[in-house]
Design a protein around this ligand. Sequence first.
Ligand code: 5GP
Ligand code: MN
Length: 338
Amino acid sequence: MKKSELLLLQDLLSTPKNIVIIPHKNPDGDAMGSTLGLLQYLNKKGHRATVVSPNDYPKFLKWLPFEDFVIKYDLQNQQALRLIKEADLIFTLDFNSLSRVGDMSVILEKSSAQFVMIDHHQQPDDYAVVTYSDVTICATCQMVYHTIEMLGDKDLIDADIATCLYTGIMTDTGSFRFRSTSSLTHTVIASLIEKGADNAFIHEQIYDANSFSRMQLLGTALTNLKVLPEYRAAYITLSQDELDEHNYQKGDTEGFVNYGLSLDNIKIALIFIENKQEGIIKISLRSKGDFSVNEMSRSHFHGGGHTNAAGGKSDLSLEDTVAYFISILPQYKDALNE
Ligand code: 5GP
Ligand code: MN
């Protein structure tokens, strides 16, 4: 964070404020961990803070400390609108563009509150008075830790805050294995464990909470896995019918894309998931090394993210989306075979 922005943030937080904290739509572990960690810190500092999520999040996150206080914009619309209207300050966490909150973006654009962005995605938009953006940091949760540290309040991090921040760092680094995991990350993690984050318990809550039907859906996803060796590419499709057949619940497909990437000699993996209700194909992209799926998603799939992990969508049918993906691969052939 720039010195001038840190001073401004200190100033903004020097008197009690009405604060709304917002994760991106379909929040993941990092989005929920960072917003809930920041929530508790700000309330301890004497502010009136609330987390307003654009929509619901998966069951495997529904144990995080204070998650039952989260207001869902789509389900609790009046309450969410009132909180946003009354807000002096709005923190947006784990996303880089207001379009990432879905319908809620219209309300945020109209708000007269001052915005603070804390985020690690590439190419952040310019809507905040404080933009703490660092694409080298593995998780927004680590940035919330640094924010609290820069504000001189590390002592306020208790076991519940530590639990939230640990969770997001763990999920966004694939349990500390992705390239973005630095020695500083491990230092932060060590401090969070000292402050009371129970690492074994958190891993169990997130990773050992599978339903039987999710495992069956994974079976279908692996059956549908295709490999394109000349492009070192792998992809999975899941149709709406296949999701319905396995009683799909939000979050069930989390991590499936990584199975493609785990194949020997594969450099890029995608999963295409049909969503009939929204009329889109949701796409997750993953890569190894310097190949940027952020660039591929921005250029072809209306999305973005990080170099090695990005998301996007397509308005075509599932079949046509896959055909389109295969049609663009020749332009990436050299980069994928480097
Ligand atoms: P996932 O594939 O797990 O949904 O997302 C991978 C990464 O890309 C995450 O950091 C996520 O925030 C980001 N991402 C996912 N979907 C989109 C999207 O539609 N647009 C942008 N800009 N980023 C996305
Ligand atoms: Mn994140």
